[in-house]
Ligand binder design. Structure first.
Ligand code: SDX
Length: 428
């Protein structure tokens, strides 16, 4: 394969380097395009534009491949815990028993939040969206840790900041839920697993300690593992853009939370359940929603369908569908919404509109049903996605600093008014 690309423009020829990645993905490096030609490229939504070279996650959208640091998601999802996965994504290798013990100890150490921080939760209206609280509190936590406000990208400082964020994001999420529900907060219990501790903080009551069942603990681990990283998606790119200005890790991930909140991104998992509940309550056939999704005059999209990269199945959706079915059986639960979801998927698989546009269920289509089976409230679904994605955000932020990337500052093509003289007020 050639290692140069030639561009013929205005009677001249220009050469640019071609780079081939470890999975034979190829790019034309155009870092000198404007200096050489005076032209820029235009790619709204960046569907054809790479922002970085990365060693963290590989996605091959036409084959439904997803690997974290080279390990297939199917193996990680069934054989690792979320804490092991977070370590892998952060440090590049699966932890040894000793590394896992030390990493887990750091997560336990950082689970509590400063008592002064607790008061801030009562300042939010009970109707406050938990994603707004999460983003605000992540920034607020940094005020209590001035020692990590600088840009620690390596060594003990980075390890500490990463563990602190991975651990406290859980505590903040659970406290936000409890305060909004008017329930007393549960402080973290260091004797529980990462997921068990979260479930305890969410659901224990003064008179009844929440009993973490191994099935539910496993299901929540799986959910978080499947959300742990996903290349340069909207929220991870946001973390990189904010971090490229040398903003600290707390403010960078807080920005990532805001991007993830969008209904086309992490907000879709709650959108799927709302759609399925609407189908269930309205008694309208699934076809009604499919027809709306196909109608160009209707802004409605079939939530949980489609993906910028996966033009075949999303491997995470395959794993989740199986897991939800198994979890409901194990908990002796039935959920009409699962049957509706499967029916929707079945109809779309035969529908030309979806087939021709490669629209398949994505990670959000079945993930909400798993959270529903565990008892997570609907307004916390995207917060759960943020807890899962925290390792990916942190690892991408660190990799950007390791590669010493320049500040992100895209160009534009101006299409507004050309130069014109100022008009005094009296003449307007
Ligand atoms: C996540 O990037 C990541 O990796 C994200 C993520 C991660 O792990 O970080 O995987 C997590 O965000 C998953 C996506 C969750 N969002 C949704 O489920 C919302 C519904 N999906 C769509 O909004 C859409 O599919 C996107 C946002 C996911 C992808 O948008 P694209 O790549 O810009 O695709 P597009 O909007 O250009 O769609 C191409 C065509 C269009 O039709 P035409 O103009 O060609 O006629 O497909 C249609 C779209 O109208 N289309 C849909 C549709 N998704 C795309 N039509 C109906 N329903 C849908 N869901």
């Amino acid at each position: 394969m050639q290692d140069k690309a030639t561009l013929h423009l205005d009677g001249k020829s220009y050469q640019f380097d071609v780079f081939t990645g470890s999975e034979n993905e190829r790019c034309i490096d155009i870092q000198n395009l404007r200096a050489q030609t005076g032209y820029i490229t235009m790619d709204p939504g960046f569907a054809n534009t790479g922002s970085c070279y990365s060693d963290i996650t590989y996605v091959e959208g036409s084959k439904g491949i997803l690997r974290y640091r080279g390990y297939p998601i199917e193996e990680i999802a069934t054989r690792a815990t979320f804490v092991e996965t977070a370590f892998l994504i952060l440090y590049g290798e699966l932890p040894t028993p000793e590394e896992l013990k030390n990493f887990s100890a750091r997560l336990k150490e950082h689970a509590p939040i400063h008592t002064n921080l607790e008061h801030h939760f009562s300042g939010f209206p009970t109707s406050a969206p938990p994603m707004a609280i999460l983003s605000a509190m992540l920034n607020l936590v940094s005020c209590f840790h001035p020692e990590v406000l600088d840009v620690p990208t390596t060594g003990d400082e980075f390890d500490r900041t990463a563990s602190l964020l991975l651990s406290k994001v859980r505590t903040i999420a659970a406290f936000a839920y409890r305060m909004a529900a008017g329930k007393p907060i549960n402080h973290p219990n260091p004797n529980l697993t990462y997921c068990g501790n979260f479930l305890h903080m969410m659901f224990s009551d003064p008179y009844q300690e929440y009993e973490v069942s191994p099935i539910v603990d496993r299901a929540l681990n799986l959910f978080l593992i499947l959300h742990a990283d996903h290349e340069q998606n909207c929220s991870t790119s946001t973390v990189r853009v904010v971090g490229s200005a040398r903003a600290n890790l707390f403010s960078s991930v807080a920005a990532g939370v805001c991007a993830l909140w969008g209904p086309l991104h992490g907000g879709a998992n709650a959108g799927v359940i709302a759609m399925l509940e609407d189908i269930h309550k309205s008694g309208r056939p699934a076809q009604y929603y499919i027809d709306r999704a196909k109608d160009k005059d209707d802004s409605f999209k079939l939530m949980g369908f489609g993906h910028r990269v996966y033009k075949n199945f999303d491997p995470r959706s395959i794993i989740l569908k199986k897991q939800v079915d198994g979890l409901l059986r194990a908990l002796n639960l039935d959920d009409d919404l699962l049957h509706i979801a499967m029916q929707l998927e079945e109809v779309t698989l035969k529908d030309e509109y979806f087939i021709s546009r490669n629209l398949y269920p994505n990670v959000d289509f079945y993930s909400g049903l798993l959270l529903r089976a565990i008892g997570i409230p609907l307004n916390m679904y995207t917060v759960m996605f943020a807890i899962g994605r925290m390792p990916g955000w942190i690892a991408n932020w660190q990799e950007m600093h390791e590669h010493n990337l320049r500040i992100s500052r895209p160009r534009q093509i101006y299409t507004g008014k050309t130069a014109r003289p100022f008009v005094p007020l009296a003449e307007r």
